[in-house]
Design a protein around this ligand. Structure first.
Ligand SMILES: Nc1ncnc2c1ncn2[C@@H]1O[C@H](COP(=O)(O)OP(=O)(O)O)[C@@H](O)[C@H]1O
Ligand SMILES: [Mg+2]
Length: 142
Protein backbone atom coordinates (compact mmCIF):
# COMPACT_ATOMS: atom_id res chain seq x y z
CA UNK A 1 0.00 0.00 0.00
CA UNK A 2 1.21 3.48 -0.85
CA UNK A 3 -0.24 6.87 0.00
CA UNK A 4 0.21 9.29 -2.86
CA UNK A 5 -0.33 13.02 -3.14
CA UNK A 6 -0.84 14.49 -6.60
CA UNK A 7 -0.18 18.24 -6.75
CA UNK A 8 -1.09 20.09 -9.92
CA UNK A 9 -1.69 23.83 -10.24
CA UNK A 10 -1.71 24.06 -6.40
CA UNK A 11 -4.53 21.49 -6.18
CA UNK A 12 -3.83 18.46 -4.03
CA UNK A 13 -5.43 15.08 -4.43
CA UNK A 14 -4.83 11.99 -2.30
CA UNK A 15 -4.71 8.47 -3.65
CA UNK A 16 -4.35 5.13 -1.92
CA UNK A 17 -2.56 2.60 -4.12
CA UNK A 18 -3.10 -0.84 -2.54
CA UNK A 19 -0.57 -2.77 -4.65
CA UNK A 20 1.91 -2.40 -7.47
CA UNK A 21 -0.84 -3.27 -9.97
CA UNK A 22 -3.06 -0.37 -8.91
CA UNK A 23 -1.27 2.66 -10.34
CA UNK A 24 -3.42 2.69 -13.47
CA UNK A 25 -6.10 5.14 -12.43
CA UNK A 26 -3.64 7.78 -11.19
CA UNK A 27 -1.52 7.20 -14.30
CA UNK A 28 -4.55 7.66 -16.57
CA UNK A 29 -5.38 10.97 -14.86
CA UNK A 30 -1.84 12.27 -15.25
CA UNK A 31 -1.60 11.02 -18.84
CA UNK A 32 -4.90 12.66 -19.80
CA UNK A 33 -3.64 16.11 -18.78
CA UNK A 34 -0.08 15.71 -20.02
CA UNK A 35 1.07 18.26 -22.57
CA UNK A 36 4.36 19.08 -24.31
CA UNK A 37 6.72 20.88 -21.92
CA UNK A 38 5.18 19.34 -18.81
CA UNK A 39 7.35 17.86 -16.09
CA UNK A 40 6.05 15.15 -13.79
CA UNK A 41 8.26 15.10 -10.68
CA UNK A 42 7.99 11.81 -8.78
CA UNK A 43 9.23 11.90 -5.18
CA UNK A 44 9.53 9.20 -2.56
CA UNK A 45 12.21 7.14 -0.83
CA UNK A 46 14.10 4.26 -2.42
CA UNK A 47 11.62 1.48 -3.17
CA UNK A 48 8.58 3.78 -2.90
CA UNK A 49 7.24 2.79 -6.32
CA UNK A 50 8.46 5.72 -8.45
CA UNK A 51 9.55 3.55 -11.37
CA UNK A 52 6.38 1.47 -11.02
CA UNK A 53 4.34 4.66 -11.45
CA UNK A 54 6.41 5.65 -14.49
CA UNK A 55 5.67 2.23 -16.00
CA UNK A 56 1.94 2.80 -15.45
CA UNK A 57 2.17 6.30 -16.92
CA UNK A 58 3.94 4.94 -20.01
CA UNK A 59 1.25 2.29 -20.42
CA UNK A 60 -1.48 4.93 -20.07
CA UNK A 61 0.23 6.88 -22.87
CA UNK A 62 0.15 3.80 -25.11
CA UNK A 63 3.88 3.13 -24.86
CA UNK A 64 4.34 -0.60 -25.40
CA UNK A 65 8.02 -0.76 -24.58
CA UNK A 66 9.01 -2.04 -21.18
CA UNK A 67 10.20 0.90 -19.09
CA UNK A 68 13.33 0.18 -17.13
CA UNK A 69 14.87 2.33 -14.47
CA UNK A 70 17.35 4.68 -16.14
CA UNK A 71 19.46 4.89 -12.99
CA UNK A 72 22.62 4.13 -14.98
CA UNK A 73 21.64 5.60 -18.33
CA UNK A 74 20.27 8.71 -16.52
CA UNK A 75 17.77 9.33 -19.32
CA UNK A 76 15.67 7.24 -21.66
CA UNK A 77 13.35 8.39 -24.41
CA UNK A 78 10.12 6.69 -25.55
CA UNK A 79 7.99 7.55 -28.57
CA UNK A 80 4.32 8.14 -27.70
CA UNK A 81 1.92 6.70 -30.26
CA UNK A 82 -1.51 8.10 -31.06
CA UNK A 83 -1.32 11.53 -29.50
CA UNK A 84 -1.66 14.64 -31.63
CA UNK A 85 1.01 16.82 -30.09
CA UNK A 86 2.75 14.82 -27.42
CA UNK A 87 5.17 12.58 -29.28
CA UNK A 88 7.84 11.71 -26.78
CA UNK A 89 8.24 10.85 -23.09
CA UNK A 90 11.62 11.39 -21.46
CA UNK A 91 12.34 9.46 -18.27
CA UNK A 92 15.14 10.75 -16.06
CA UNK A 93 16.27 9.19 -12.79
CA UNK A 94 18.40 11.78 -10.97
CA UNK A 95 19.32 9.43 -8.10
CA UNK A 96 23.00 9.34 -9.03
CA UNK A 97 23.36 13.04 -9.73
CA UNK A 98 25.74 14.59 -7.19
CA UNK A 99 26.24 17.89 -8.95
CA UNK A 100 23.51 19.61 -10.91
CA UNK A 101 26.05 20.41 -13.61
CA UNK A 102 25.84 16.70 -14.52
CA UNK A 103 22.43 17.58 -15.91
CA UNK A 104 23.78 19.99 -18.52
CA UNK A 105 24.67 17.35 -21.15
CA UNK A 106 21.04 16.21 -21.16
CA UNK A 107 19.93 19.63 -22.38
CA UNK A 108 16.53 19.16 -20.77
CA UNK A 109 15.39 22.75 -21.27
CA UNK A 110 15.95 22.47 -24.98
CA UNK A 111 14.42 18.98 -25.21
CA UNK A 112 11.30 20.21 -23.41
CA UNK A 113 10.99 23.25 -25.66
CA UNK A 114 10.55 21.21 -28.86
CA UNK A 115 6.74 21.28 -28.59
CA UNK A 116 6.32 17.52 -28.47
CA UNK A 117 8.07 16.27 -25.35
CA UNK A 118 7.14 15.72 -21.69
CA UNK A 119 9.46 14.64 -18.89
CA UNK A 120 8.88 12.28 -16.00
CA UNK A 121 11.56 12.70 -13.35
CA UNK A 122 12.52 10.47 -10.41
CA UNK A 123 14.42 12.10 -7.52
CA UNK A 124 13.59 15.75 -8.37
CA UNK A 125 15.14 16.81 -5.04
CA UNK A 126 18.55 15.88 -6.48
CA UNK A 127 18.24 18.70 -9.02
CA UNK A 128 16.44 21.17 -6.81
CA UNK A 129 17.79 24.36 -8.37
CA UNK A 130 16.65 23.29 -11.81
CA UNK A 131 13.25 21.89 -10.82
CA UNK A 132 12.38 24.80 -8.52
CA UNK A 133 12.30 27.10 -11.54
CA UNK A 134 9.92 24.78 -13.40
CA UNK A 135 6.19 24.43 -12.92
CA UNK A 136 5.68 20.73 -12.35
CA UNK A 137 3.07 18.13 -11.69
CA UNK A 138 4.16 16.56 -8.41
CA UNK A 139 3.62 12.96 -7.34
CA UNK A 140 4.66 12.37 -3.73
CA UNK A 141 4.73 8.74 -2.65
CA UNK A 142 4.75 7.79 1.03
N1 LIG B 1 1.28 0.52 -4.45
C1 LIG B 1 2.23 -0.36 -4.06
N2 LIG B 1 2.05 -1.08 -2.94
C2 LIG B 1 2.99 -1.95 -2.53
N3 LIG B 1 4.15 -2.18 -3.17
C3 LIG B 1 4.40 -1.48 -4.30
C4 LIG B 1 3.44 -0.55 -4.79
N4 LIG B 1 3.94 0.00 -5.91
C5 LIG B 1 5.15 -0.56 -6.12
N5 LIG B 1 5.44 -1.46 -5.15
C6 LIG B 1 6.67 -2.25 -5.01
O1 LIG B 1 7.72 -1.43 -4.53
C7 LIG B 1 8.97 -1.91 -4.99
C8 LIG B 1 9.86 -0.79 -5.46
O2 LIG B 1 9.29 -0.20 -6.60
P1 LIG B 1 10.10 0.81 -7.56
O3 LIG B 1 9.08 1.32 -8.51
O4 LIG B 1 11.30 0.16 -8.12
O5 LIG B 1 10.54 1.94 -6.52
P2 LIG B 1 11.46 3.23 -6.73
O6 LIG B 1 11.58 3.52 -8.20
O7 LIG B 1 10.73 4.31 -5.97
O8 LIG B 1 12.78 2.91 -6.08
C9 LIG B 1 8.66 -2.93 -6.08
O9 LIG B 1 8.94 -4.21 -5.57
C10 LIG B 1 7.19 -2.77 -6.34
O10 LIG B 1 6.58 -4.00 -6.65
MG1 LIG C 1 13.22 3.97 -9.47
Amino acid sequence: MRNVTLIKDKHRKQFKIPSEKDWGELAEQVAAGLEPGHIVAVSGPLGAGKTTFVQALAKALGIKKNIQSPTFALMRSYPIPKRDELKRLLHVDAYRIEDERDLLPLDLDQELADGQTALVLEWPEKIKNWIDRKPSIQINIA
